[in-house]
Design a protein around this ligand. Structure first.
Ligand code: MG
Length: 158
């Protein structure tokens, strides 16, 4: 058996009146992510982790934010495409671990639905999909609710 690990990181700016979509789930929030796509910062980090595990570049290389094709796109479509690149090469996902960093809103009530959504897109059991959330203790741009960041780690095996 061969194994690979990958990590991904993404940040998006928050602005009032925009939808907040995280892991494919729309979360009630006063602010949402400013983005060319739907701004799903968690899925973007996860795509980068998957691509990184196989040294396939990054999300910007495969889905440039200068392309009209990706304007407002549901990031689950991007994730599906990245998964196809992974499975086509004979790799399977062992587990996914995501950490979201944001001041508001509290994500705890939404995490089961977010895990379920990602598990379905990735075609994995829910117990292989971990999503955690933390604040930045009101420090810095995240603490001022100006932005949101996400780390993602992934293990692939074949
Ligand atoms: Mg992004």
């Amino acid at each position: 058996m061969d194994i690979r690990i990958g990590n991904g990181f993404d940040i998006h700016k928050l602005a009032p009146g925009l939808p907040l979509t995280l892991c494919g789930v729309t979360i009630p929030s006063e602010k949402g992510c400013v983005a060319h796509s739907d701004g799903d910062v968690a899925i973007h980090a996860l795509c980068d982790a998957l691509l990184g595990a196989l040294a396939l570049g990054d999300i910007g290389k495969h889905f440039p934010d200068t392309s009209d094709e990706y304007k407002g796109i549901d990031s689950r479509i991007l994730l599906k495409r990245v998964c196809e690149m992974v499975t086509k090469r004979g790799w399977r996902i062992g587990n996914v671990d995501i950490t979201l960093i944001l001041q508001k809103p509290k994500l705890a009530p939404h995490i089961p639905e977010m895990r379920k959504m990602l598990a379905s897109v990735l075609e994995l059991d829910m117990e292989r999909v971990s999503i955690k959330a933390t604040t930045s203790e009101k420090i810095g741009f995240i603490g001022r609710e100006e932005g949101i960041a996400t780390f993602a780690s992934i293990l692939l095996f074949n």
